[in-house]
Ligand binder design. Sequence first.
Ligand SMILES: NC(=O)c1ccc[n+]([C@@H]2O[C@H](COP(=O)([O-])OP(=O)(O)OC[C@H]3O[C@@H](n4cnc5c(N)ncnc54)[C@H](OP(=O)(O)O)[C@@H]3O)[C@@H](O)[C@H]2O)c1
Length: 290
Amino acid sequence: MANWTSLPEKLFSLDGHVALVTGAGSGLGKYMAHAVLHAGANVILVGRGLQRLQVAAMEMYASLRDDKPMGHDSYVEDFDQAKWDALAPELSKRLACIAWDVSKLETLPELAAQAKAIFGAPDILINAAGLNPRKPAEEVTPEIYEYTLRLNLSAPFFLAQALVPDMKAQGWGHIINFGSLQSFRAFPNGLPYGASKGGVAQLTRAMAEAWSTPGTGITANAVAPGFFKTQLTAPLFSKPEVIRALEKQTTMRRLGGCDDVQGLAIFLASHASDYITGQVIGVDGGWLAI
Ligand SMILES: NC(=O)c1ccc[n+]([C@@H]2O[C@H](COP(=O)([O-])OP(=O)(O)OC[C@H]3O[C@@H](n4cnc5c(N)ncnc54)[C@H](OP(=O)(O)O)[C@@H]3O)[C@@H](O)[C@H]2O)c1
């Protein structure tokens, strides 16, 4: 029995894998990173602020080591240098933080190179960084429009493009993009956001067409979250009447908690989904079903 591995372990274990997660300092990206860490991957957290990522890393590490719950957001104000210095030698065996602005597309090959130098080439990419400017169509400027598409739609492609050669060389790689309900339908004040998330659905299919070819072992899928309370949706969650209306439109009559994305994160990151590619999968409590 010494070498026996259970089927769930074979399918879902991420031991020996390396995940790069953008937008990992808060909200859904943070919970996706936490989930793949628990499944066994070494994880590189990417966001613009180093200390915020370090706070998130310490929370994830405490969750792994001591089963402590995580908060939805990570605050720079909670950063404690002495605590970091004490934890860093152990924590850095499983977690690393890279402060990077992924909207600077021409720098993404350098991000991929820096990530590779830490735990080896990432073979799981989770593209969670994103923003929603929430403006009426008449107030959307070319700058807002261009930046939203660059961050939400172009960065996931160019970061994947930088990582795919090593995924191909290793014969395996899983890419997870972030769609939205707006990949399927329009919402008020959602013009550039909706355009970018509709684009993510097609980008995901196009990535599958380009890279899920014989022998690569590469898959590309997207999650399409319903409504989750994060800094991105804070303007909605500040209005109780909006929340009640959204809950009413959800089959399960509740909005998402960030931990609701964790199962799908492990599934799409792992061998359990090796034959699934080009899909956009809702995690929305049935919002799109009715
Ligand atoms: N919450 C929802 O209900 C919902 C629904 C559908 C889809 N989504 C999608 O889920 C993803 C995560 O959003 P969230 O709701 O978890 O919101 P969030 O907490 O605001 O997360 C967005 C993350 O992106 C990072 N980020 C922003 N600009 C960046 C840049 N230029 N470079 C690197 N990182 C950057 C932010 O960190 P820094 O500011 O520190 O860089 C932040 O950690 C997004 O793609 C969003 O569209 C969310």
